[in-house]
Write a new protein. Sequence first.
Length: 264
Amino acid sequence: MLRVDNLSFSYKTYKKSKAPLKVFANFNLTFAKGFNVILGPNGAGKSTLLKTIFGLLDYEGEIFYGQESITAMCTEDKIKLMSYLPQMDVELSTLTVLEMVILGRLPELGYKVADEDLSIVMDTLRSLNIDYLASRNFSELSGGQKKLVFIAQTLVRNPQVLLLDEPVNSLDLQKQLELCQLLQKIVAEQNVDLIVVLHDINLAARYAQHIVVVDEKGALYSSGEPRAVITASMLKEVYGVIANITYDENGVPILSPVCSVRRI
């Protein structure tokens, strides 16, 4: 699937200091096919990693999809291969849901929306069970519905890889579970590979097929199946948390935090 070789990235300046802020140095990682989740504490560089993969930031090193170099791709080819959904909370828009999702077809759109574009958009809305919202104004939707519209907007390009940065942010528990179930369905039925940044370790354990853990220094701590990655030692060393780990009837790890390792 997607592979990162010797990735190095630093922000040019950090706050009032003129010194660069190093995020990654000689970072190597191979994602698996299917549903990947990136875990790590605040400031570990999880969002920055997604941005570098999508080509929004200049970096050193090389990124591959299979044997093909993403680093060497032109922007148009990157957009055909991948879709990226950053963290966003758009509340107001004068566009309808249909118009919002059609924008996801850029740059394929011409001066006039083709029947093929409309067909792809409506098929995508139906696959997410939100086709009934097509004529609604986007600003009238609930938070969960807006998230689905943004996901539809990324899917209408028929990407091979979908990058999602905190897609469950601001959703209630039921909507979080439903969205993760939907992402599983997308992987299974549309043959799309997902790379998703999450903060909720229990959600990652339940839904991800492959988990990547990045520590506070931007280094790879571990990667693999949830049961192998989510351990008491990882939680203590990466998150600074003492926790109990149990397993449900399907062997899914369940995290129960006890306390911070720091004394208050």
